[in-house]
Ligand binder design. Structure first.
Ligand code: ZN
Length: 494
């Protein structure tokens, strides 16, 4: 990856401030997200095109197609005023390009393998003119206030920051710059959540990076207000978050907000962290550890619950050590409505093979919820029903909200260990189903991706026109009988 791709836009009194955008004078909600629009984590590879990548990602979110990082980068280079042969460019130059000329789709100007190709053909320019930005405004940096306000009003925010060698390389949370300066980098802000203050830091903005999905959390990072505020001690006024621009498209975007009436579910992935540094792997199987299974299940559960309209708090999202007290303090301080602690069981013998759900005591709300979750877990695994059990366990005893602790099978049972490692999502969806029925909600399945690949579109359209297929479910598997019917329809012209 290249991290000298972003250069600070020189200050210019003609830059519009936030007030130039039609920002409604509403109070900033606790949470706002444009995640539902985001289509892809881009990968700029070795090209210094992060400024273009963050803008292309925003355009892709709005227009639904891929855009050319190469084209935008070289168009911006023509006007950025940086010394010749400087790698990278400024937001101001790139924003002028996309406002005046538009943005060329990737289809007409592939970014790779030849990103150094500066060509812009008349065809590219005609295609670019179809995709323009309406306007942009420069935001005050040093706090997240204007950035959050912009996101809450439906604007993506372009961010220019200094990358450090520790946080950006090793973590998904950007808290406090550490290590060496690596250079300037552009990213895209699209979500914030004040509930994340529980992490003992300040506000966070969720950002989309362009280094592929291997960095951060699947390509995403969380930038704390502390990082935005951070200054280099020996360089007065040198901030780490240096520049922000709210961008406005012709289409009005509606962020997702979290209402006060939304139930907050605490998700607790059992165990975590490395033994060497005082962590706790949980039970250990033949080839896997409990802490990894519980985290995988919990991350899927987080997605499933959010899809079903719940808000969530997780006690950990990475492989780190969190004490039991820290977990329950966090969940109690957040005032969660329900706690789901995720574990798998273990025994000295390989034989035990049942599923059970623990609560502190019978007769309360936890038992009702546990019964429903337990039923779903048994259904999805097909394993022995070990029932709802009581246990004097910290996670179900010290939580103010009703709490359940799932022991979904045995890591000490070889067949179950294998299945658990292959199917964490199934366990998560089963727990989610149980939680939904506890709250009397209809469980919503994950939406099927119904998008036809570009290379198959022409053929799909032809097959539809010929009456061979209805064109739905492009990625679905085909059975032999479906093939017979397709061939028959084609032959008969039906
Ligand atoms: Zn456990």
């Amino acid at each position: 990856m290249t991290i000298s791709g972003w250069h600070e836009s020189p200050q210019d009194e003609r830059d519009f401030p936030l007030s130039a955008l039609p920002i409604e004078a509403t109070e900033k909600p606790e949470y706002a997200s444009l995640q539902k629009y985001v289509k892809e984590v881009l990968n700029q590879k070795d090209a210094p095109v992060c400024v273009a990548a963050s803008i292309c990602a925003a355009f892709q979110s709005v227009y639904g197609i891929k855009f050319s990082m190469r084209w935008l980068y070289w168009q911006a280079k023509k006007i950025d005023g940086l010394p010749p042969n400087t790698d990278g460019t400024t937001f101001r130059a790139a924003l002028q390009v996309v406002t005046k000329q538009g943005l060329c789709p990737e289809e007409f100007c592939p970014t790779f393998p030849n990103w150094k190709d500066t060509t812009s053909t008349p065809k590219m320019e005609v295609e670019a003119a179809k995709y323009k930005l309406k306007s942009y405004a420069r935001l005050t940096v040093g706090t997240l206030e204007e950035i959050e306000k912009s996101i809450s009003q439906g604007y993506f925010v372009l961010l220019g920051a200094i990358v450090d060698s520790v946080e950006w390389m090793n973590d998904e949370y950007l808290i406090k710059p550490e290590g060496a300066f690596l250079g300037g980098h552009a990213i895209l802000g699209f979500e914030y959540d004040e509930a994340m203050k529980y992490l003992t830091y300040e506000d966070f903005v969720k950002i989309l990076n362009s280094w592929g999905t291997d960095r951060g959390r699947n390509g995403y990072y969380y930038m704390a207000e502390a990082y935005a505020k951070a200054t280099q001690a020996d360089l007065a006024g040198f901030k780490f978050l240096r520049e922000a621009w709210a961008i406005e498209f012709f289409e009005k975007l509606t962020p997702e907000l979290r209402g006060d009436d939304v139930l907050l579910i605490g998700i607790d992935p059992g165990h975590g962290g490395s033994l060497k540094v005082g962590g706790d792997p949980g039970a250990i199987g033949k080839f896997s550890k409990e802490k990894d299974i519980t985290l995988a299940v919990s991350l899927h559960l987080d997605k499933a619950l959010k899809r079903n309209g719940f808000a969530t708090v997780m006690t950990r999202t990475t492989d780190k050590t969190v004490s039991l007290e820290e977990r329950t303090n966090l969940l109690n301080s957040k005032g969660v409505d329900l706690v789901v602690s995720v574990h798998v069981n273990s025994s000295t013998s390989p034989d035990p093979d049942y599923v059970s759900t623990f609560i502190y005591a019978k007769g309360g709300e936890a038992e009702k919820c546990a019964e429903l979750v337990q039923k779903e877990l048994v259904a999805v695994t097909g394993w022995e029903d070990g029932g709802v059990r009581t246990g004097n366990l910290h996670m179900v005893r010290e939580t103010k909200a009703p709490a359940i602790l799932t022991e979904a099978g045995f890591i000490s049972n070889p067949a179950q260990e294998e299945w658990l490692n292959e199917n964490p999502k199934k366990i998560a969806e089963a727990i989610c189903k149980g939680v939904c029925s506890y709250y009397g909600k209809n469980y919503k399945e994950e939406a099927k991706v119904d998008e036809c690949s570009v290379w198959a579109r022409e053929a799909r359209d032809w097959a539809k026109a010929e009456g061979i297929t209805d064109g739905t479910d492009p990625k679905g598997n085909v059975t032999r009988e479906q093939v017979w019917v397709m061939l028959y329809r084609m032959k008969e012209g039906k």
